[in-house]
Design a binder for this molecule. Sequence first.
Ligand SMILES: Cc1cc2nc3c(=O)[nH]c(=O)nc-3n(C[C@H](O)[C@H](O)[C@H](O)COP(=O)(O)O)c2cc1C
Length: 169
Amino acid sequence: MTTPAPETAPPPQREAFRLALRALASGVSIVASRDGDGLPCGIAMTAVMSLSFDPPSMLLAINRNASLAAPLLAHGRFSINILGDGDAEWCHQFVSTPPAERFRTADWADHPLGVPVYRGALASIVCDVDCADDFGSHIIVRGLVHDAILGEHRRGLIYLDGRYASAAA
Ligand SMILES: Cc1cc2nc3c(=O)[nH]c(=O)nc-3n(C[C@H](O)[C@H](O)[C@H](O)COP(=O)(O)O)c2cc1C
């Protein structure tokens, strides 16, 4: 006989949980969209994962207070721009720049589907929001893939133990 799972999980020890997450290596992407005035917006994200091939789909977890959250949900379309290991300093500059100024460089192109795409990305994936669910501090966004663009093949940029690092297959 199996014991039923508790309806709510016990609260994890917060500090142990924080430290445990530092051991989780994650690829770094810039997720970008447009606001109500058509201006580009975006943040760096590690909470990006592939969901399925059938249908082609992705999952994001965005903090509801992030500058990207409201515009992405309103616009309904976004790009996931997967960074290479040469982008660590560029990414740091991007996140350190005020949101309204992050796209004032020639590093971004306009995708025909109406979202910004990073010219230097290993790959960019353009999605439409399929659904979005609230979960505590975050919004879980499911995206249906409409296009994938391949850039130059390089090592990936990962975030591990609070630092950027390089990942090679
Ligand atoms: C490496 C890295 C990964 C991040 N991953 C996420 C993430 O997965 N989800 C998220 O909501 N914010 C993430 N952030 C935070 C956002 O990129 C951003 O710094 C934060 O939302 C504050 O910027 P804003 O004022 O434009 O919202 C990450 C930041 C860094 C540097």
